[in-house]
Design a protein around this ligand. Sequence first.
Ligand code: ADP
Ligand code: MG
Length: 595
Amino acid sequence: MPDSLASQVAAGEVVERPAAVVRELVENSLDAGASAIEVAVQRGGSSLIRITDNGSGMDREDALLCIERHATSKIRTKEDLASISTFGFRGEALPSIASVSRFRMLTREKDAISGTEIEIHGGRLAAVRDGGGPHGTMIEARSLFFNVPARRKFLRSENTEYAHVEQQFRLHAIANPHVAFTLIKDDEPVFHLPATHDIRDRIRGLVGPDLAGQLLEVGPVERHGIEISGYIGGPSFSRSNKSLQVTFLNGRPVESQTLHYALREGYHNALMKGQYPVTFLFVRMDPHDFDINVHPAKKEVRFHNSQPVREAVSLAVHDTLHHSRVLPIGHATPSRQPTPLLPSDSEAPLPLPEVPRVETPLVTPVSTKALNNPQHDDSPPPPLAPISKIPSTATSKDEKVPETFRILGVLNNLYVLMEGKDGLVLMDQHAAHERVLFEKMRRAMESEGVPSQRLLMPVMLQLSPRDHDLLVNNLGQLSKLGIEAEPFGANTLKIDTLPAFLKTDDPHRLLGQLVDEISALNSRSSSLRLGEDMIATTVCRHAVKANDHLRVPELESLVADLMACEMPYCCPHGRPTLIQISYLELERKFGRRAP
Ligand code: ADP
Ligand code: MG
């Protein structure tokens, strides 16, 4: 097989699309110690991808060598292979890219008198000459896949390819805040990110101050020798795709089912179904404990032992969410907000993604008139209604002064309208009540365990050997959940009690679900988690119905109870309980302020 063909085959694996070329070239620049990297693309990268760095550069010999397959300067021994700390190590990227594009490289070492320019067209060396230019390396790949029509056909629209490039750029930029990054799209600058040692500056530069201001800081915490740090979005601040759920392993952006599950587990009942959290999470651990080399595209990581990783990540996220309280600002569907392409100019000083903390709220009655709800003239609220004074944790700088919510009325028997310091606050009374009940039940479960209810007739449960063993090994956990069970021979379990609050007429189905849950969960806190899920499903039935009419004093105590919750801003199923529409937003909507 001729070498150029081998390269084209390999190219299909390494560079499946422009974003992959960007990934490989930027990784090389980082490996070369660059402190500034510019990424330029035209037409989504299909017509041009150009990466310029100020790294070490190469001398002529290395420059010629690096375009041959398996020429890598990064691995020399087997030991190197075991603990790869650089990004590239296969020596495949450059030859692959050069074999499927019009490739040009200009490189010069810092003190070299002249540099080298190499041109390769579809894998054929077209020119080698002296080249000038600043020190560092510039690599251009034009007309990607021009000589492999079958592959070129697979490129998606310019916009789609560009979106992937931008996502790749974002990952590199966040992973390397100490490196200045520039992204240029069709000759227009999109991002210009100066080097910084504060990751928050970098995130803000990439996602804009609005989103950055709402992130919560994670750790750094260490568990099982795994360090977790970074920033995550609060409850209800999720996206409908994974673009802002990013995870880094030892500084490298990775995708991993383990990490994905761990995040879901950490968010647990704080995340709406079908939604992805916003995370910039950094995991650091011994490089011997995972493989990154599963696929040439190097996206997926495989942990040798995923359990501790999953636990460390999910607990770090869980703890962060529970210690922080951030009111979802502004939009009923934050997930539909587009990520700002460019950091917007903000009038106010940038809000820092600090975690506002709140002590137990006080309820101080003040007198103001509540609005009459025209639909409920039959049960008029008192003309002078006491007003709850409830500290809110909207991301304001002066956390000391608690915000007051003034109840204005109820919309459609469901949405409680309240006036807050920063604007209008809407509360979903059903979701709020669910949250309150949920936490009450969970507290009871934590302190006394779940009250159990003896069945009139014990239920005999026939199980598969696997499920039987799983449950028998978790009898202790089951009993904490109010389920007393004992083995009854031949893969049979005798169930004597069920949780009292759970009205189920089908214990088989319940136990079946529990088996699934237990096998999906990990060791610690699983009984609590299991219990939480059971509670969450029952809470709904007890909670105030959407159209139950609540009187003002009832509403006030609901608001107060909600604000006393550990996580007041979403219901146990992850839907928001409170939504704020800020004055700023109202002003924009009414055209009093430029959008
Ligand atoms: P790998 O990164 O796996 O070593 P590549 O094909 O990506 O393989 O690169 C081959 C070699 O070319 C690298 O090992 C490195 O020595 C050199 N190289 C590539 N890009 C650069 C760059 N931007 N600056 C300096 N050297 C580079
Ligand atoms: Mg490389």
